[in-house]
Design a protein around this ligand. Sequence first.
Ligand code: 4NP
Length: 182
Amino acid sequence: MNRNYNEKPSAESIAAVKRARNQAEAENRPVRILFVCLGNICRSPAAEGIMREITKDMPDDKRPELDSAGFYGGHAGDLPDRRMRHAAFGRGLHLDHRSRVIRTSDFEWFDLIIGMDDRNIDDLHDAAPSPESESRIARMSDFAVHYPEADSIPDPYWEGAAGFEIVLNLLEDACSELKKHI
Ligand code: 4NP
């Protein structure tokens, strides 16, 4: 796909966030955001943890409801990967999410469903039970405004320690941009 490196977040992502916000406002509640990756032990629990940390200063009635999930159930019930917990701890983050598989009901409950890479986005579109729920899907890297060339949050699972730091850099950037729009 041709990407205009200067356009982040894309109009499409902005529209998805705006729809999410409108839905939450109509129901007089905080916006609900689900972060999704493959194993739900590296990228998406880190995204959830970063977002939780940076939204702590928001008023209770505005602070988003956050969760994360994955498509692969092999780590269900597990804490985040030790390497990710270690890297996050180095940035003052304590990650204690327990891995879970995404459910069909997540597509109804969450206003915004954010995938990390092409595979996650494709899987989300395949799993979405309705066109309306598909419109809730967004791409995390699209919010990483300081990394204009990044078109995914790369899977760090098979990589060395540096991969986890890259993921956290991207996620911190994307979360702070996302926060501006919710
Ligand atoms: P994540 O990383 O999708 O960022 O949680 C992975 C974790 C586990 C596996 C793959 C990716 N796995 O194949 O077990």
